[in-house]
Design a protein around this ligand. Structure first.
Ligand code: SF4
Ligand code: NI
Ligand code: NI
Length: 745
C-alpha cells in the first residue's frame, strides 16, 4: 500500500512540476510558441491518441495539462484503499500526459538535447574508451519515417513487441546480457530514466554494444519522462496501422493490450515517479517487472502478479518478463559460434573492427540459388573451395567470394529460386558481427574481428543458409547444399553462370502479364492491424508494401497453404481498362467482411484499391495540373497535394478505398499497368527527387515505350515546386503529356 501511495504521490509531483515548467515556458516564449515532436503528423501522440487534442503550441497544451490535474485522485489516502484500479490508473495517465508536455517543452528549451537521427554518435578516444564529452546518444521521439519503418515489424510479427527498460543494471556486463537476450528474441528495447545518474544505455555503450534503432536497442532519454516516447510510439502504430481514430482511447489501449507485447523492466530502486509511470503503463496492459524488493507498486489483491512482479534477479529478468506478458518467443538456433537474430540485422561493422571484406567494389562477390534434382545434391553438405579466413593471418584483408546454394524438394519450383536467393541478405545479416549488403553479383559482406575471434569460418555462411532455409522453407524443400568459392578464377566463372541465370529469370518476370494468368493472390497479412484491408496481387500490380510480388505470394501459398496469401480465380473481367474482375470482387467483399465490395486495380479515381499504413508510396490527383503525383514514405517534405506522406497515410491508411488517392509500391510506378485506367504513367506530373532517381532507369524505359522518351525530365519534383500553380507552370513550359490529356475527373 505504501508503494501504491507512492505512485499517486509521484503523479502529483510530476503534474506539479510540469505545471511550473509550463507556466515558465509561457512566460518566456508566449502562448503561440510552437510545441511539437520532430516530423510527425500525430502531434504529441499520447495526448492526441487518447484525448483527441492536437497540441501544436503552448496554448493548446493547456487543456491536456488541465485534464492531467483533473485525473489526479482528490484523496490520495482514500484512493489507495478503493477495491478497483481506477484512481491509480488515472494518476498514472495524468503523469504521462504531463510528461509528454514536459518533453515537448524540452525540444524548445534545448533543441539539440536529442539527436535527430536513428543512430547514436559514440566517439572513442585514442585509448579506445568512450569519450562521453563528445558522444551524443539520446534519440528522443521517433519521427514518422522511423515509426512506419519499425512499426511494420510489429505488424508482420518480425518484432513481437518491446521491453521498456528504466534505470540501470547492477553493472555493464549484466546490461549487455539482458539486452542481447532481448535481441535474440527479436524484441525492441526502449530505454529511459537513470539510476543515480547511471543509465542502461551508457552501460551498453561501455560494454561495446551497438545502440540505436538499427540494433533494436533504442536510447530514448536519460529521464523517466522519456518513457512517453515508447508509449507514444505504440499509440502512433495503433493509429497508423490499425486505423484507430484519435480520441478513441478505449480502442487505442485495447489495441495495444491485444497486439503489442510490451512490458517495463524497472532496474534499480523504484521511486515515486517511476511508480507513477508504471501505473500509467498498466492502462496499456504493460506490466512492470522490477529487480528490487518492492512488495507492490499497486494495491494488493487488485493488482497482482500480472501487473507487477518484484525482486527478479538480473539473470531471470528476460525469462520472467516474457513469461508474465505471455509472449511466445523463439530463439532461432543456427549452428554457428555467433548470436543470431533479426535485431543484429542492422548493426554496422566499423572500420576499426573490420577483419575481412568480400565484394563491395574491390573484389567480386556473387550469390545464386538454384534448384537441383533430389538425387543430385546432399543435404547439409558445405564445401569451401579455395582459401579460408585463417589463410588471411592476423591482419585480415579482402577476398572474392561466390555463394552457390542448391536446393531440392518435391514441392520446389524454379519460380521460387529468386525468393530464396533474396533471403540470403537478411539471413546472413542476422549473425552478430556480420554485415551483408546488396544481392546477386553486387553482394558485399563485411566481417568483424570479434566474429572471427569467436570462431566464425567461411563454412558458417553455408551453415546459416542450410539451417534457416530448412526452418523457413521446410515445406517446399528437403535438401540444401552450399558451395563457397574464394579463388578468383572460380568466382569469375561462377559469376558468369549466375548472370545468365539472373537474365533468364528477369525476362520471365518481365514478360508476365495480368492477362496471362487466371489466378491472382490475396494478401491479408496486414489485416491483423488494418481489419478491412485486403491486397490482391497480380503480376502487374505488386503489393503496396513493396514486399510481395505475384511470385512471392504464389510461393508463400505453397509454403503455407492456409496462410495470408490465397489464390483467387480472377473470373469474368468486368472492366479491362480499370482492371475489375468478378472473382476478385467476390473475394474482397468476403475478406473485408462486406466493407469493400469492389475495387479497381488500375485506377486511383474510380474505386481504387484499399490502402494500409505500410504502403511504400501514395499517389494523389492534382486537379489543376490535370495529372497525379506520388510520394514515398522516406520523403518528409511538403507535396503539391497539400499533404505530407505521413498525413496522407494517416487519412487513408486504415484500409479504406479513398477515391483520388491510392497506395502502391515503388516498383509499381514502372509497371505497365500503373494507373492505366486514369491515363497511366503519362499522368505523372510530380514525384520527390529521390524517388525519381531511384526509379530513373525504369521511368526512362517506360517513357520510351509510351512514346515520350523525355518523360523523366518532364516530371516535376520538389526542386521545381511544392504547390500546384508552380508545378503547372513548369508542366506547360516543358510540354508535359498530361497537358494534352482528357480532363482528370
Ligand atoms: Fe500488407 Fe498488402 Fe504488403 Fe500483404 S501485400 S504485407 S497485405 S501491404
Ligand atoms: Ni549482423
Ligand atoms: Ni500493411
Amino acid at each position: 500500500k505504501l508503494v501504491a501511495f507512492a505512485a499517486i504521490q509521484g503523479a502529483y509531483n510530476i503534474v506539479n512540476k510540469v505545471e511550473g515548467l509550463y507556466n515558465r515556458a509561457v512566460e518566456q516564449y508566449g502562448p503561440e510558441q510552437k510545441l511539437e515532436f520532430p516530423n510527425t503528423g500525430y502531434f504529441l501522440p499520447i495526448i492526441y491518441s487518447l484525448l483527441g487534442i492536437p497540441v501544436t503550441d503552448l496554448a493548446s497544451a493547456k487543456r491536456p495539462l488541465e485534464v492531467a490535474r483533473e485525473l489526479l485522485p482528490a484523496h490520495v489516502q482514500r484512493a489507495t484503499h478503493l477495491p478497483y484500479l481506477g484512481p491509480l490508473l488515472d494518476a498514472g495517465m495524468a503523469a504521462l500526459f504531463a510528461e509528454e508536455i514536459a518533453e515537448a517543452i524540452r525540444y524548445v528549451d534545448d533543441p539539440d538535447f536529442y539527436l535527430h537521427s536513428e543512430e547514436c554518435e559514440v566517439v572513442k578516444g585514442a585509448d579506445g574508451k568512450v569519450d562521453w564529452s563528445k558522444s551524443k546518444v539520446w534519440l528522443g521521439a521517433a519521427d514518422d519515417v522511423v515509426m512506419r519503418k519499425r512499426g511494420v515489424e510489429f505488424v508482420d510479427g518480425s518484432a513481437p513487441g518491446f521491453a521498456a527498460i528504466v534505470g540501470a543494471a547492477p553493472n555493464k556486463d549484466l546490461a549487455k546480457e539482458i539486452a542481447e537476450e532481448y535481441q535474440r528474441r527479436n524484441l525492441y528495447v526502449f530505454m529511459a530514466a537513470n539510476q543515480n545518474g547511471t543509465t542502461f544505455t551508457e552501460q551498453l555503450i561501455e560494454a561495446d554494444v551497438q545502440v540505436g534503432w538499427n540494433t533494436r536497442l533504442v536510447p530514448f532519454g536519460p529521464d523517466i519522462s522519456a518513457a512517453v516516447f515508447a508509449l507514444g510510439f505504440a499509440n502512433r502504430a495503433a493509429m497508423a496501422f490499425g486505423g484507430v481514430k484519435p480520441g478513441d482511447y478505449r480502442r487505442i489501449l485495447q489495441y495495444n493490450k491485444d497486439r503489442v507485447f510490451a512490458f517495463v523492466n524497472a532496474l534499480g530502486e523504484v521511486n515515486a515517479e517511476w511508480a507513477a509511470n508504471a501505473a500509467g503503463c498498466v492502462n496499456w496492459g504493460f506490466p512492470t517487472i522490477a529487480d528490487t524488493d518492492i512488495p507492490e507498486i499497486l494495491p494488493t489483491g487488485v493488482c497482482t502478479y500480472e501487473h507487477v512482479v518484484a525482486n527478479v534477479g538480473p539473470h531471470e529478468m528476460v525469462q520472467k518478463s516474457v513469461e508474465v506478458r505471455g509472449l511466445k518467443t523463439v530463439i532461432t538456433k543456427v549452428d554457428i559460434p555467433l548470436s543470431y537474430g533479426a535485431a543484429f540485422e542492422g548493426e554496422r561493422i566499423r572500420k576499426d573492427d573490420l577483419f575481412v571484406e568480400f565484394g563491395g567494389g574491390k573484389t567480386q562477390m556473387t550469390e545464386l540459388v538454384e534448384m537441383a534434382e533430389m538425387d543430385e545434391i546432399e543435404d547439409g553438405k558445405i564445401t569451401v573451395i579455395g582459401k579460408d579466413l585463417t589463410d588471411l593471418g592476423d591482419k585480415g584483408g579482402r577476398m572474392p567470394m561466390g555463394i552457390y546454394v542448391k536446393v531440392a524438394g518435391r514441392k520446389m519450383q524454379a519460380d521460387f529460386e529468386p525468393i530464396l536467393e533474396r533471403q540470403i541478405h537478411h539471413l546472413i545479416n542476422y549473425a552478430q558481427g556480420v554485415m551483408h549488403i546488396g544481392q546477386r553479383d553486387i553482394s558485399w559482406v563485411r566481417l568483424g574481428k570479434p566474429a572471427v575471434e569467436k570462431g566464425f569460418a567461411l563454412k558458417h555462411f553455408g551453415q546459416i543458409l542450410h539451417d534457416m532455409f530448412h526452418k523457413d522453407f521446410g515445406s517446399i524443400l528437403d535438401k540444401v547444399e552450399v558451395t563457397i568459392y574464394t579463388e578468383e578464377k572460380d568466382v569469375e566463372e561462377f559469376t558468369k553462370k549466375a548472370r545468365a541465370a539472373y537474365k533468364s529469370r528477369d525476362e520471365r518476370v518481365e514478360n508476365m502479364t495480368d492477362e496471362g494468368v487466371e489466378t491472382y493472390y490475396s494478401c491479408t497479412l496486414c489485416q491483423s492491424f488494418a481489419p478491412t484491408h485486403v491486397c490482391v496481387v497480380s503480376p502487374e500490380r505488386t503489393g503496396l508494401c513493396g514486399a510481395y510480388n505475384w511470385f512471392d505470394c504464389k510461393a508463400s501459398y505453397e509454403i503455407n497453404p492456409t496462410g495470408p496469401n490465397q489464390p483467387i480465380e480472377k473470373g469474368e473481367c468486368l472492366d479491362p481498362v480499370m482492371g475489375n474482375w468478378k472473382g476478385v470482387n467476390d473475394f474482397v467483399s468476403k475478406a473485408s467482411r462486406g466493407a469493400v465490395e469492389s475495387y479497381n486495380f488500375y485506377s486511383l479515381i474510380n474505386e481504387p484499391m484499399t490502402t494500409c499504413g505500410c504502403c511504400e508510396c501514395i499517389a494523389a490527383v492534382l486537379p489543376t495540373c490535370n495529372g497525379v503525383m506520388t510520394v514515398h514514405r522516406d520523403y518528409t517534405g511538403e507535396t503539391p497535394c497539400g499533404m505530407k506522406f505521413t498525413t496522407l497515410a494517416g487519412v487513408m491508411g486504415g484500409g479504406q478505398s479513398s477515391p483520388g488517392f491510392v497506395g502502391h509500391s515503388k516498383y509499381n510506378v514502372i509497371q505497365r499497368k500503373y494507373i492505366v485506367g486514369d491515363g497511366g504513367l503519362l499522368r505523372m506530373v510530380w514525384m520527390p527527387k529521390s524517388l525519381k532517381e531511384e526509379l530513373a532507369e525504369g521511368l526512362k524505359r517506360r517513357g520510351e515505350e509510351m512514346g515520350v522518351p523525355d518523360l523523366f525530365d518532364k516530371i516535376a519534383d520538389e526542386t521545381v515546386g511544392i504547390d500546384e500553380a508552380t508545378v503547372l507552370e513548369f508542366l506547360q513550359k516543358v510540354g508535359h503529356p498530361a497537358m494534352n490529356m482528357d480532363p482528370i475527373t
